[in-house]
Design a protein around this ligand. Sequence first.
Ligand SMILES: [Zn+2]
Length: 453
Amino acid sequence: MIESQFMEKYQVIARKFRPQTFAEVCGQEAIVKTLKNAISMQRTAHAYLFCGPHGTGKTSLARILAKALNCQEPQDNEPCNSCTSCREITSGSSLDVIEIDGASNRGIDDIRSLNETVSYATTSNYKLYIIDEVHMLTKEAFNALLKTLEEPPKNVKFFFATTEPHKVPATISSRCQRFDLHRIPLAQITAKLAQIAQSLEAKIEKESLELIGEKAEGSMRTAESILDQILCSNTGAIELDHVTQALGLLPQKILDALDEAYVCRDIATAFTLAETIFTSGIDHTHFIETLATHYRNHLKVHLGILSSKTPPPLTKDHCLEVLEYLTDLLAQKVPYTRLHIEMVLLHIIQSSQRVPIDTLIDQLKGMREMPKPPVEPITVEKKVELPPASEPKKVEPAPPPEPPKAQVKPPEPEPEKVEVVEAKKEESPGVNPAIRRENLLRFAQVELGGSLD
Ligand SMILES: [Zn+2]
């Protein structure tokens, strides 16, 4: 009983929110404007070719255009959606608007029988043919279609839709007015999903809707299908975890734990997280892509494109470095093993300790402008008995107190050492510039392959 109720709901959701007017079409403003102008100027073409990724509104636009052209009471070039013609087109029972699925009616006989109906009388203004996935037609079918397209009766129009316009013969496409539909922006998808959720009285957070929208990659139909699926599988309020689980995504808490491990430099976490990820069977590409999206978002926060309650744990340079690393991984075909997941996580956690190359170069430039400090003794630690600040040059410090053989026992005078170091610190605050310079130069030599100049 409950199941059948869900099934019914599912059916309704899939169709209920299809746009019925130009104003309801998402993300295709320029095309909508052109079509409405054409209607108002009575200059609609004989054939239109709507191209674009699936779920961007090609067939919807064709249907709305058909309705607007045949509407008995159009308002502001929009269909009224209540006259007989509009209602028949919406329900798919109009005799004057014929919809053909090019994928399953692709043969010459299908197009021949279509051609036969072209000259039939109409009760509406126009006889309109909507051919979906038109690129699927056979060569012969296209040829048969071409004959009608070359000399169509005055009141006949064709609306073609395709995801693969390059497969439509030039002889056909050159006779059409072509519109390229864009992927629908995330904000618009999310807004539409929120509207759907509200009218269905479904409790779902904005964050979850955004996640669905992101996963849909510009396709409203995909977004709606995902929402359907999630609403069907949960009766109560829908939380982000439901969505990540339903989509087989990497849970947010793993990303949060990774951020925390980065901050604490806790490399052990890499192993526990890798175990969780590996056993949950999350798809490899998805794993890397999710990480990339995560750090991309951090970067966006740094750049002020995205707002966040908390500042990103990684610096801008570290975000870039990690993103570059992940992008490289995506390009490679790496085996998906527990070990590999561990390596990826370790690399990210460890990146907190890496000096970005730009910073290094900047520092080196600064160094170059600094006057060269005189060569001072860099022998620091082992001079236990030295009085503060004396003796400029002693390259070989001979350690008198302990013979080198006795290595079993660790050097004992540790407390004395500390004192000496502290005394030194008081003398010259900060790191000795000579040591700093030396270290940087050595690092640069390795990192830049000696191409400093
Ligand atoms: Zn109407």
